[in-house]
Write a protein that binds this ligand. Sequence first.
Ligand code: ZN
Length: 478
Amino acid sequence: MKIKYTIGIVFLSFCSIAFSQSNKQDSLMFIKLYEEAMLRGKSYENLEILCNTVGHRLTGSPQAEKAVELTRKMLKEAKADSVFLQPVKVPHWVRGKKESARIILAIEDIKSINNSNAISPATQKIIATEILALGGSIATPPDGLRGNVVEIKNLKEWDKIKKNQIEGKIVFFNQPMNPKTINTFDAYGPAVKQRSMGAIMAAKLGAIAVIVRSVTLANDNNPHTGAMRYNDSIPKIPACAISTKGADMLSKFLMEEPDLEFEFFMACQTLPDVMSNNVVAEIRADKNSPVNTEYIVSGGHLDSWDVGEGAHDDGAGCMQTIEALRILKAVGYIPKRTLRFVMFMNEENGLKGGEEYAKLAKKNNEKHIAGIESDAGGFAPDGFSFEATEKQKEKLKTFWKNFMPYGLHDFDRTGGGADISPLKEQGTALFEMMPESQRYFDYHHCDLDTFDKVNKRELEQGAFSMAALIYLISEYGL
Ligand SMILES: [Zn+2]
């Protein structure tokens, strides 16, 4: 018993020495990675090049292909062991000429709204409002589409709505994101359903079009686009986003004049699929490592919507991915597992790049133990959300302690990124970097998502955080 006890003590002290040594080694590596990111960082400069020389880059556009070439070059410059393209067939939707919309009010009602008795020879008042076609929408007829409007203020009301209330009309989904949430991503999910599913829901009851309140907490005149779906067995109807100010104005006029009309023009169309590419870079595992057949993939999506510059969504995540590679190389880290860094194509309107990557990983028998994504904006990192087994979660608790001195503190959220999600069925643990969330949806999918909205230090801290997590998983597995 005594001997066992002594052996136990010896074993424990050996473990604690080993543990404290690895702790020390890890904190030294964290310092090196942080210094490299903050003193010699390239992510901000690279993001400026992407935004200024390429700009927005919707899948299938010439800009998307330019971005493939540009990031291939950046990954080489970051000293990847190898860089290759992964061909992938992607959808090709184009917006066409600039869209427009107007609210048409009868003049009598305008008088009551303005409380004015002035007599005007006009019989209508027309008020222009900004819209954007939702991604994937069909066009309106060439001379526009006009109709009465039914407003839905809360999606929970939808089940009570009858066909005779909707048929032949335009449905106006006007549920705001809930401002009471602390993390804005918690408000996005419940509100985005009206954008993604609204056209199907409304067309089922005979609607002729949908207008969707922009999914943002900002109160301004910028419409925010985003993906929407159709169902082949239900008629396809045009769908547009209206700005939050435009939505509030339309809602106010509807109270005054329920019979007002809304008229809009959109020339968007879906062209045949085209070939594009994921851009993939590698740092190969140490030849002598017993786990060198395992992979860790990290990435962001290279495509963006066709408005703004795709700076936060997801130029930031792509540049942080390239930077994570550069930093790990610059500090001389030789990984135990092979590290992949991927610019995924087509997250916004199809996820074809993410699906292709997972398909090839399976086909080539590449065991991916972890996927890490940055696609929530280039703001200061708060932590990581993740999807992992209970056993892995226990191990991760020891990882998270290392991040505390760097301001990351939120490791309680569940979820991995969209592009890496197809790897889940192969047992890959998924991680998404979670930055501070308050401003993300102000810029998301609209004209405001430009380089000037990104802060250099915050972007660099995110790049460091990705590199640091990649390092820990490469060293200790999951
Ligand atoms: Zn995104």
